[in-house]
Design a protein around this ligand. Sequence first.
Ligand SMILES: [Zn+2]
Length: 256
Amino acid sequence: MKKILIVLAATLSLTACSLLGNINWDSAQLGQAAGAAMTAMSITDAQIISLCAQSIAQEDAKNRIDNGAYAQRLRRVLAGVQIQGMTLDPKVYIKNEINAFASGDGSIRVYSGLMDVMDDNELFAIIGHEIGHVVNQDTKKAMKSAYLAAAARGVVNAAGAVGVLSQSVLGDIGQAYFNSQYSQKQELAADKFGFEFTVAYNKDPYSMYNSLVKLQKLSSSRQSSYLEKMFSSHPDNVTRANKVKDMADKYTKKAK
Ligand SMILES: [Zn+2]
């Protein structure tokens, strides 16, 4: 537990989509930022944080959020999890899809379809993997790219001139952000983080491995953009799962 908290503390302070909890969107602040030049080259970490928070708010508004058994289970699975600098805000979307994501403001969103097929340990590992993308700054880079793409189309400057990004521009940026595909290197690093997350909280060290194997199996039978994103950059998924298995083997051996 201690080790992972130290790692998190060290990296979170550098993570853009993080730390500030729920952003109170302040239009004056945004106007100032926009006026100063909300151009592609000058996007600041604060702006990235704001965009992340806004995108999550838009997703929340679009989806049905569970207040029953799914939410209870997610809270139970994450009970006791503390990540320095973040106030975790886990929510379940009622949607029969395999999907989950985390953002640095502490938002964790899990689809009920994923919860239906994963046991508690596997679910914990997948959430760890998603938190890994935040801690490793992958989400920050993804949001920056999404913003740059919008800026390249000219929509950001046009909207920025009035000080507030329109909902549709934010929607565009959010869409690109949530559809971001990570590299093989980023996925492997998130897997490693997911593994360390599980052992730090005394879960089965094979949880990350089991969840990857399950996701791989599902990817052959179910349509899911999440699964495509998770695996399409990996020609050799068996190697990927085995890397996590090796970590678990080594850990188990050492613990004996
Ligand atoms: Zn990933």
